[in-house]
Design a protein around this ligand. Structure first.
Ligand code: SF4
Length: 370
């Protein structure tokens, strides 16, 4: 089973913290859509006829695309890839793009899951992040989306400098009370070259407090556990049967085709990523060419990638997949089992709640040296 990701690189305005590839100019939108369709055609053999289990429109803000463009891209995929009515088709949407008409149109074209960029239900937090929507639009958008879709995910951000635990708690409660079946929750990260990084560097904004972020993460885990959500990946929580099949496939090492500027692809032995520039992307495809870089993964890199992604999931590392490297891994893991950060049984190693706070560091310690 394989997945397809389409990157739609347009946004209404730039959120202060964001370092994804996007443009706030919609000028060359139709040329970009034409280029995306052309890339789909040129790369129709990348997945080697594996059935497509999931399609994901991410960005950027895919809900900004006119329905005709989304439908055109979906139809292009349908003609060239093997998929069926069970395929999970996700559209990332921002609350201010959610209307009755849009929901109906998206549903009719086969989209069956929405991932909505709520980030917060508090007006002052949204303004601080420079989000394009209001808190009222978040709630109304979700209520409307729930009339059409039973598979809805929202993104929330915690660990803002001025965000109290009570503020964060109330965002979580709001999500639960709205009946949201999947939550992706991220600690605010200060990425280089973002407006947020500059504002903190120049003293306009206070710096983030890692200890407070850890406390809010613990609060999140215990509240959602009590509400019946499965914490199936460090940042992801789902009610029964509502896990994201698309992201789960990534974490299990499935192959995926990434279409669009900055999109990544993986075929089991190599990883490649398209140019992160809309004009260059369009220009190359006008000449029937692809502009990308590629990395062939060594066996050690593949093993370390598996350790990194699997450790973030609740099932953890499958020891069978580690093969002959198992004694080395178990020796290092024992140190973290003794400190209460890891647990193991015959088949798997996984992070405890406290271990999840240190996931990247523990993964790095388990890496094999090349
Ligand atoms: S809407 Fe999403 S992709 Fe666009 S700037 Fe904001 S966080 Fe980034």
């Amino acid at each position: 089973m394989a997945g397809i990701y389409l990157h739609i690189p347009f946004c209404k305005q730039a959120c202060h913290y964001c370092n994804f590839h996007f443009s706030t100019s919609l000028r060359n939108q139709s040329e970009l859509v034409t280029a995306l369709a052309k890339e789909i055609v040129l790369r129709k053999d990348y997945l080697q006829q594996q059935p497509v289990n999931t399609i994901y429109f991410g960005g950027g803000t895919p809900s900004l695309l006119p329905a005709e463009a989304l439908s055109f891209l979906l139809n292009t995929l349908k003609e060239l890839f093997v998929y069926n009515t069970e395929t999970e088709i996700t559209l990332e949407a921002n609350p201010d793009d959610i209307s009755e008409e849009n929901c109906r149109t998206w549903q009719q074209m086969g989209i069956n899951r929405l991932s909505i960029g709520v980030q917060s239900f508090k007006e002052e937090e949204l303004r601080w992040m420079n989000r394009a929507h209001s808190a009222v639009q978040s709630v109304e958008g979700l209520q409307m989306a729930r009339r059409f879709f039973d598979n809805i995910s929202i993104d929330l951000i915690y660990g803002l400098p001025h965000q109290s635990h009570a503020d964060w708690q109330s965002n979580i409660e709001q999500a639960i009370s709205l009946g949201i079946s999947h939550l992706s929750c991220y600690a605010l990260t200060v990425e280089p070259k973002t407006a947020l990084e500059k504002k903190i560097r120049t003293g306009q904004y206070s710096p983030v407090e890692p200890d407070k972020q850890s406390e809010q993460f613990m609060l999140l885990m215990s509240r959602l556990e009590r509400a019946g959500y499965r914490h199936y990946e460090i940042s992801n929580f789902a009610l029964p049967q509502k896990e994201s099949r698309h992201n789960s496939a990534y974490w299990q090492g499935a192959h995926y085709l990434g279409i669009g500027p900055s999109a990544h692809s993986y075929n089991g032995s190599s990883r490649q990523w398209n140019v992160s520039n809309n004009a260059q992307y369009i220009k190359a495809l006008e000449q029937d060419e692809l502009s990308f870089e590629q990395e062939i993964l060594t066996p050690v890199q593949q093993l370390n990638e598996y350790i990194m992604t699997a450790l973030r999931t609740d099932t953890g590392i499958d020891l069978v997949k580690i093969g002959e490297d198992r004694p080395r891994l178990l020796r290092i893991a024992d140190r973290y089992i003794n400190t209460g950060h890891l647990m193991k049984n015959e088949a798997n190693i996984w992070l405890t709640k406290e271990g999840k706070l240190l996931a990247d560091g523990i993964a790095a310690a388990l890496f094999k040296e090349s």
